[in-house]
Design a protein around this ligand. Structure first.
Ligand SMILES: [Fe+2]
Length: 188
């Protein structure tokens, strides 16, 4: 069920992409933090009760919040990576732009300013720990965290990262793609 949600809806990716975007601002960050925190809380509950109207309503509301966030910035590196992953390896959009979220977050462990504050509002003071918890969250949905899980070998992954970095969405990213490596899941 959770994986099915991600196939159809990459709301979490939309929220986080707007936070590590160069154009993030207090308005977009506020929407993004609300969306991400709510998704991390509500999705597991929705698995247990997929027909619960209150939970479904909350997810719909934060999908709007994430939309407001990234409509003020656009998307960034996760989406830039996702397009060749989808086109060349047949990975559904929601998964293609979600499996990299932990590694991207880990690469921003030393982020400061608005970007760092907003990410720590979601994932706690240590973003390396937060990245491990996010990896555990996705792992719990059955989402593979490594390029190899999608049939992407090391050479293909290097090409994807290089292309993604050079693309317009890649240039929106506040970090460096040279530090993107899969993150091991970490217990909460
Ligand atoms: Fe998307």
């Amino acid at each position: 069920m959770l994986k099915a949600c991600l196939w159809r809806d990459d709301t979490l990716s939309h929220a986080l992409e707007s936070l590590w975007h160069r154009k993030a601002n207090p308005v977009t960050a506020t929407h993004a933090v609300v969306a991400a925190r709510t998704i991390l809380e509500v999705l597991p509950a929705l698995v247990a009760a997929p027909d619960d109207p209150e939970l479904r309503s909350r997810m719909a509301e934060v999908s709007l919040s994430a939309g407001l966030a990234f409509s003020g910035t656009r998307t960034a590196i996760a989406h830039s990576i996702s397009y060749p992953v989808t086109l060349r390896h047949g990975v559904t959009h929601g998964i293609a732009c979600s499996f990299t979220l932990p590694m991207i977050l880990h690469s921003l462990a030393d982020a400061d300013g608005l970007h760092g504050r907003a990410l720590r509002d979601i994932f706690g003071p240590d973003l390396r720990v937060g990245a491990g918890k996010l990896a555990a969250f996705l792992d719990g949905l059955g989402v593979g965290l490594a390029p190899a899980d999608y049939g992407i070998d090391a050479a293909a992954w290097e090409n994807i990262l290089a292309e993604a970095t050079d693309g317009p969405r890649g240039r929106n990213f506040i970090g460096a793609t040279t530090r993107l490596h899969p993150v091991a899941p970490r217990a909460a």
